[in-house]
Design a protein around this ligand. Structure first.
Ligand SMILES: [Zn+2]
Length: 317
């Protein structure tokens, strides 16, 4: 993810609504996001480049091509981003990014299908890549200060037909661990199980060793004092104790509630294989809640750059 503070503000943000409805506006919006005032060749980096003009109309080439004076290559703003190799108009990408970043729970492929009037397959392709663009950077600072840790089960599938046994009754509850820095960011991850070994490892990877950790009385959190220096305090939900002074896990729980409602209400169900991508989206929304809608959209669009090569073709989700 790009640095939030490097975002150029108002002028670009104001262009988002137009970019959602007009293809030329969308292309120019994305070009401006990517290159600012110095467009550069995506192949060789040269800044000696020009927009190709259609000889008949005198307007921009219909495919919005650029050409480089140095390497003589032609390219578009799609190259090297999550929208490369897609024929879906960029205005739909802009709209889907906008919707994914401005609703607390995101947006479903079905809704994008209806609103952009594209096929469900295209909408799914688009949303899968947008969520992929929202993946966090490999390097993220450890959480510090007061950090609430909690686990939750997401995506419980209720049996659809009463009386069916075996698979029909199977639930697909997936354990998810969260660590939330009070007044700060959160880190969420799908975990294989909620044993002490797994949760302790997650805590050591996400939380600074000196941070003050708060959890509920779940036994798997015991023993944290032996592996880290920071204080560990617990609230006892069993005895209806939900807060003791500043000791509580309410922030973690409200972040869970948002994900649960989103997965059930918007996406209906999500498989274990793809849940982490939906979590990336929820995390980006939560971690950037202080930005306005336009700035958050801009942040997600900027992080689409350079993600294409790492992308693995999804089945369906
Ligand atoms: Zn070039």
């Amino acid at each position: 993810m790009k640095d939030k503070h490097s975002l150029t503000q108002s002028k670009l943000v104001a262009g988002i609504p137009q970019a959602c409805s007009d293809e030329l506006a969308a292309v120019e919006f994305l070009e401006q996001q990517r290159w600012g005032d110095t467009p550069a060749c995506v192949k060789c980096g040269s800044v000696s480049v020009y927009k190709m003009i259609d000889a008949k109309t005198g307007e921009r080439n219909r495919r919005f091509l650029w050409r480089c004076h140095d390497c003589k290559e032609q390219y578009t703003v799609r190259i090297g981003t999550v929208y490369e190799e897609s024929r879906i108009p960029l205005r739909h990408w802009c709209y889907a990014f906008w919707r994914a970043c401005t609703s607390k729970k995101g947006v479903s492929a079905l809704e994008i299908k209806r609103q952009c009037q594209i096929s469900y397959k295209s909408a799914l392709f688009l949303m899968n890549r947008i969520r992929f663009a929202m993946a966090p950077d490999d390097y993220r600072p450890m959480l510090t200060g007061i950090v609430e840790c909690d686990e939750v089960y997401i995506g419980a599938r209720k049996p659809r037909y009463k009386g069916t046994s075996g698979q029909g009754r199977a639930t697909s509850k997936i354990p998810v661990f969260v660590a939330v820095e009070r007044q700060g960011e959160l880190r969420r991850r799908v975990v294989a199980d909620v044993t002490a070994a797994t949760l302790h490892r997650a805590i050591q990877e996400e939380v600074d060793g000196r941070a003050r950790i708060m959890t509920d009385e779940y036994p798997a959190y015991r023993g944290l004092r032996n592996i880290r220096e920071g204080v560990h305090e617990t609230v006892c939900h069993r005895t209806k104790e939900f807060a003791r002074g500043d000791v509580h896990v309410n922030t973690a729980e409200s972040s869970h509630a948002l994900v649960k409602r989103g997965i059930v209400g918007i996406y209906h169900n999500v498989s274990r294989e793809y849940l982490h991508r939906y979590l990336w989206q929820f995390d980006l929304l939560w971690n950037n809640r202080q930005l306005n809608d336009g700035e958050r959209t801009q942040l997600a669009i900027l992080s689409a750059e350079g993600k294409r090569l790492m992308y693995r073709q999804p089945m369906a989700s």
